[in-house]
Ligand binder design. Structure first.
Ligand code: HEM
Length: 192
C-alpha cells in the first residue's frame, strides 16, 4: 500500500485526553453491544471494495454545498483540489480503521489527532495556507445524519439479509455518533 500523506495512526502519538474509562461509559451510553462490534466488522468487509463510491457520494454532497466546501478552500479562496484529494485518501483509511481496528488507547490517540485537524490544526498537515481555521461544531454534529444515511445502500449491496443490513447500519450509526462525540472534545475540553 502506498503511504497516505499525514496518516500517523501507527506512529507514536500523544495520549488522547479521553480515557479508556470515559470511552467505556460512552459505549454504554450508546447501548453498544458485542453484536454491534461484530456487525461493524462485517460492515467494514462489505464497504471495503466500495470505499471509492462511498467517497464519491460524500464528496458530491460536500461539493454541492458552498457552506461546507469552503472548509476545503486554498489560499485563493476557492476549493483546493490537492487538499480535497489529500483528505480523501485519509478519509478512505478512516472507514477501514473505524470498522476494523480495536477501539483502544492507540485508536483514541488518533481520534484526537483527527479531532484537532477539524479545529486547531486544520490545514497544517497538507500545508493548505487557507483563511479557514476550523470546522464549525454545528456542521460536525449535523454530519452524523448524511454520513449514516448514505451508507445504507452500500451495506445492502452485497446480498446480506435485511436483518444483517439493519444490524450493520445500526452499528455504523452508533460508531459515527461516538466518533463525533470524541471529535467534539477539543471544542470544549473543560465541559466535554
Ligand atoms: C461526521 C462528521 C465527520 C466525519 C466522520 C469526518 C471525517 C473526516 C476524516 C476521516 C478526515 C481525515 C482524517 C485524517 O486526517 O486522518 C477529515 C478531515 C477533514 N474534514 Fe471531516 N469529517 C466530518 C465532518 C466534517 C465537516 C462538517 C466538514 C466541513 C465541511 C469537514 C471538513 C474536513 C476537512 C477540511 C478536513 C481536513 C482537515 C485537515 O486539514 O487535516 N469534516 N474528516
Amino acid at each position: 500500500m502506498t503511504a497516505i500523506h499525514g496518516y500517523t495512526y501507527d506512529q507514536s502519538l500523544p495520549a488522547s485526553p479521553v480515557t479508556l474509562g470515559e470511552l467505556d461509559l460512552l459505549k454504554e451510553t450508546l447501548l453498544w453491544t458485542d453484536d454491534d462490534a461484530a456487525a461493524l466488522r462485517q460492515a467494514g468487509a462489505v464497504l471495503e471494495d466500495q470505499i471509492d463510491q462511498v467517497l464519491d457520494v460524500w464528496y458530491g454532497y460536500v461539493g454541492a454545498n458552498a457552506h461546507l466546501v469552503k472548509s476545503f478552500n486554498g489560499p485563493d479562496g476557492a476549493p483546493s483540489g490537492s487538499y480535497l484529494d489529500a483528505v480523501r485518501a485519509r478519509f478512505g483509511q478512516w472507514i477501514r480503521d473505524l470498522c476494523g481496528r480495536d477501539w483502544d488507547a492507540k485508536w483514541l490517540a488518533y481520534q484526537n489527532v483527527i479531532a484537532e485537524r477539524h479545529i486547531n490544526t486544520m490545514g497544517q498537515t497538507d500545508n493548505v495556507g487557507s483563511a479557514e481555521t476550523h470546522i464549525p461544531l454545528r456542521y460536525l454534529i449535523a454530519f452524523i445524519f448524511p454520513i449514516t444515511a448514505t451508507v445504507r445502500d452500500f451495506l445492502g449491496a452485497k446480498g446480506h439479509s435485511a436483518e444483517e443490513v439493519a444490524a450493520m447500519h445500526t452499528a455504523w450509526f452508533k460508531a459515527i455518533t461516538l466518533t463525533v462525540v470524541l471529535w467534539s472534545q477539543p471544542y470544549n475540553p473543560d465541559q466535554w
